[in-house]
Design a protein around this ligand. Structure first.
Ligand code: PXP
Length: 249
């Protein structure tokens, strides 16, 4: 049995598709990456079907639903098109993320507080078909309270601000961001929300976040896919897993 303290690792395979799409063929195949990731110890696979399909495609999602033996965490914007796709596939988890066409990646958390009514109606059918609904938000008490009110079971805290500050040597800011992540993990847990975290995590930034006892899952993609160029996907994931387990001791 998995211990109470176990921290799950979701491997995001979007950027295998980014490399494939740079040439327009079938290689490298995100499904193959997903299978290797699950064998290497990923507890779940995460994929973001963006409105512009810049990385993961509809066919990738069809394939993942067929081949995976670990849960799929399907990231999507709160649009009617994406809701239909999610209702058709009924993935284990749906993570609602903000999406802007011009952004390079998911730059901030969702403003749940601003769209509370619409999002409450949007996620209800997803919950009805058995998806675990997660909301990707900044470490902000107002957003956590709103996510709780709309009926989400899970929140994923955006770790991008902490990781960016760390990478750019802004130590005090990184420490402040980390403290907010810690406090808001505790706060969300006290409301009964399951806490996940992710975005921008690397070998250098993962341990302090992995050490927060309320965090149950990390979703990590870009760094792992980048590192796999040098190490191979399996060793890159095994090393991340090792650091997470070490932080958890
Ligand atoms: N979690 C969410 C909700 C995301 O949108 C992303 C990026 O798609 C990640 C985690 C993974 O971020 P990264 O690729 O920077 O590790």
């Amino acid at each position: 049995m998995m211990s109470e303290n176990y921290l799950r690792l979701g491997v995001n395979i979007d950027h295998v598709a980014t490399v494939r799409n740079a040439r327009g063929g079938d290689y490298p195949d995100p499904l193959r990456a997903a299978k290797i990731a699950q064998e290497a110890g990923a507890d779940g696979i995460t994929a973001h079907l963006r409105e512009d399909r810049r990385h993961i495609s509809d066919a990738d999602i069809d394939g993942l639903m067929e081949v995976l033996s670990v849960p799929l965490n399907f990231e999507m914007a709160a649009t009617d098109e994406m809701q239909k796709i999610a209702l058709r596939h009924k993935p284990h988890a749906v993570c609602i993320v903000p999406e802007k066409r011009e952004e390079r990646t998911t730059e901030g958390g969702l403003d749940v507080a601003r769209e509370e009514n619409r999002l409450a109606h949007f996620i209800a059918p997803l919950r009805d078909v058995g998806c675990r609904v997660s909301i990707f938000i900044a470490a902000d008490q107002r957003q956590i309270e709103a996510a709780h009110r709309i009926g989400a079971e899970v929140i994923e805290l955006h770790t991008g601000a902490y990781c960016d500050a760390f990478a750019e040597g802004r130590e005090e800011e990184a420490a402040r961001e980390l403290a907010s992540l810690r406090d808001m993990s505790t706060f969300a847990d006290s409301l009964g929300l399951e806490v996940h975290a992710g975005h921008g995590l690397t070998y250098d930034t993962v341990k302090p976040v992995a050490a927060f006892p309320e965090v149950r899952e990390l979703n990590i993609g870009h760094f792992l896919i980048g590192e796999s160029i040098f190490l191979g996907l399996t060793p890159a994931i095994v090393e991340m897993r090792r650091l997470m387990d070490e932080a958890r001791k």
